[in-house]
Design a protein around this ligand. Structure first.
Ligand code: ADP
Ligand code: MG
Length: 615
């Protein structure tokens, strides 16, 4: 039998190697960006068509390549960045494995134009499936421009594994953010599908973070610093108010290279202990400067996992630095209920609508004291105190609890409380039971079997959530025009999310126009969303939407909007306003939970209460 082992042709070997380096369009973007940075570029333009499936073009003003180098660059293990194995331990460039271009050229159509400053004429090289198709002189600007077309055209299986355009584009942006954060001295211009998407001008780190993730975050960043003989740490962490439910705003860089490291993330989280819920993620942007001999970058082909020789000590230093900053800035848990707020500027007042008073079925003979007397003994006789309540108990109790608000009561949900009260044909509301506002945060009222404490913000989020969800299902639009159009600036990241949810927001009565780049114009808002808070609500809605990943799109929008539009600051409410509020809450199918499932109502069982005086 003849021998059976043979060497694979380069094109096949490259394609196999490409599997490690080029998994999706975002990997191409990452590699080309890193090459541009390594070439000393200060201005980089990125063009993405069809989420990178059809075209990825990266143009830089770096040092360019000679006619021979550009040809060599596509060979496997061809690099200008290291010469010997020891060099791996003194790496200061982003790349060094010499694999990226060979891998990309094995799975796509590649065209490169490049010119060094010292050359009069540049070179154009075209490669398909690792084969050079043409190489010729060309006149072009100093720097390099790579065009990568039809990624995975020769590996249909790979193409099939790609996710939706939206998801692929998000992954591309994650790569761009990582590079853009680590290189604030480089300007970026980004086009998607031929449209200018965003510009990130040269900036300080803090400004760059603001450009990418929003001005609000920018104002809530605290600087951190730490230094030992082996490492220097600098960067920013977010205040506890900025925590997120996912870790997408957590960035670590070592020598300006993005990396992931569980133990460092945990160290930062420890510094926030007792300041935030353990389920939340504070934003952080932390940079380590370290002698490259103390880390190993080469344990993963995409170089996002990095070994630190002094990992434990660095984690300790990191924790201490963050704690120090939080302490210095006096970051302690604070709940501010004391602001005097004018109720009228909390709600949009709908004018011109023929507003009817909610058709509350109120018992004019209702006497709260009677109900106490009549129900208390039976509860005691039942022998089962129901505080703290379970959800199950609460649902059954609630049904009878609130006489004044039968669930079937017809309340036109689009009305605001104030507009209902102010309307011309409204009769004064009958007193049915006293409500009391506690710390402007809770409503205390009495039901049949116990005292009820209602968290206003949470309850409001529930009312809005169910309303929005119903509206999204019926696609009924109820919009109030803003008096003057509101111009709103978003971060690049917010822009992509907002674009995604604009159609659903329109169904809810938001009239928002994309004005180009990261600017939007708000022309109208749903009737019961406060136009004075329009911008803030939309910014927050975007953030909330990002976090509700397990829900379907409608639920996510409704939840995001309910969370962001729920009473911004807690108003002083009149008794009748509180009653309408409670009535609206009790129309909801899950009236004891906030939109995001937190407890909105607490029942203090009378039996339990009375027992306290009997001991
Ligand atoms: P690596 O970055 O690991 O060296 P690559 O395959 O990414 O390997 O690139 C190979 C070589 O091509 C680089 O070492 C560099 O010399 C050259 N090169 C790649 N991109 C550029 C660019 N944008 N400008 C100048 N030179 C580049
Ligand atoms: Mg490279």
């Amino acid at each position: 039998m003849s021998d059976i082992i043979h060497l694979l042709p380069d094109s096949v070997a490259n394609q196999i190697a490409a599997g490690e380096v080029v998994q999706r369009p975002a990997s191409v973007v990452k590699e080309l960006l890193e090459n541009a940075i390594d070439a000393g570029a200060t201005d980089i333009t990125i063009k993405i068509v069809d989420a990178g499936r059809t075209l990825i073009q990266i143009t830089d003003n770096g040092k360019g390549m000679s006619e021979t180098d550009v040809r060599m660059a596509f060979e496997r293990h061809a690099t200008s960045k290291i010469r010997s194995a020891e060099d791996i331990f003194s790496i200061t460039s982003m790349g060094f494995r010499g694999e990226a271009l060979a891998s990309i050229a094995a799975v796509a159509h590649v065209e490169v134009k490049t010119r060094r400053p010292e050359d009069d004429c540049g070179t154009r090289l075209v490669i398909k499936a690792s084969e050079v198709e043409s190489q010729e002189p060309v006149s072009c600007a100093v720097g390099t421009s790579f065009v990568v077309k039809n990624l995975f055209y020769n590996i249909p299986a790979r193409r099939k594994f790609l996710k939706s355009n939206q998801t692929e584009q998000k992954m591309i942006f994650n790569e761009i953010y990582q590079v853009a954060l680590a290189h604030c001295n480089v300007a970026f211009t980004i086009y998607t599908d031929e449209n200018l998407f965003a510009k990130y001008p040269v900036a300080h780190l803090k400004q760059r973070i603001g450009t990418l993730f929003g001005r609000k975050l920018e104002t809530q960043l605290l600087p951190i610093e730490g230094q030992t003989s082996i490492v220097a740490i600098h960067g920013f962490v977010g205040t506890p108010e900025m925590t997120k439910k996912y870790s997408y705003l957590q960035y670590l860089f070592v020598n300006n290279r993005f990396f992931r490291q569980k133990s460092f993330q945990a160290a930062i989280m420890r510094a926030y202990q007792n300041l935030i819920s353990p389920k939340d993620y504070p934003p952080f942007f932390v940079f380590f400067e370290i002698n490259p001999a103390h880390i190993d970058v080469n344990i993963h082909p995409t170089k996002t996992e990095i070994k630190f020789v002094e990992e434990y000590n660095i984690a300790q230093l990191l924790e201490a630095s963050v704690k120090h900053t939080l302490g210095k800035n006096n970051v302690v848990p604070s709940l501010d209920f004391s602001d005097e707020v004018n109720y009228s500027d909390l709600f949009a007042i709908t004018t011109g609508n023929n507003v009817k008073l909610p058709a509350l079925d109120i018992n004019p003979h209702y006497n709260p004291f009677e109900s106490v007397r009549s129900t208390a003994p039976s509860s005691v006789a039942g022998g089962k105190p129901s505080f703290p309540m379970t959800h199950k108990q609460s649902t059954t109790n609630w049904e009878q609890l609130f006489d004044a608000a039968p669930r079937q009561a017809e309340i036109p949900v689009q009305q605001t409380f104030l507009s209902a009260l102010n309307s011309a044909d409204s009769a004064p509301l009958q007193e049915s039971g006293m409500c009391m506002q506690i710390q402007k945060k809770y409503i205390l009222t009495q039901g049949k079997t116990g005292l009820m404490l209602i968290d206003i913000k949470r309850a409001h989020s529930r009312i809005l959530y169910e309303k929005f969800l119903a509206q999204l299902q019926s696609t009924k639009q109820l919009s109030q025009r803003t008096i003057v159009p509101i111009r709103m600036e978003t971060s690049a990241h917010e822009m992509s999310v907002l674009q995604e949810i604009l159609p659903q927001l329109a169904e809810l009565g938001f009239e928002i126009e994309h004005f180009g780049n990261t600017t939007f114009i708000i022309h109208g808002m749903p009737a019961d969303v406060d136009t004075a808070q329009a911008e803030q609500i939309i910014h927050q809605c975007i953030a909330e939407y990002e976090e509700g990943k397990s829900l379907n799109a409608r639920e996510r929008i409704a939840l995001a909007l309910a969370q962001s539009a729920a009473l911004y600051r807690n108003p002083t409410m009149q008794n009748d306003e509180m009653q309408i509020f409670i009535a609206q809450l009790f129309q909801c199918s899950e009236h004891n939970l906030s939109a995001d499932g937190k407890r909105a109502v607490v029942l203090l069982d009378y039996a339990e209460l009375f027992k306290k005086f009997n001991s």
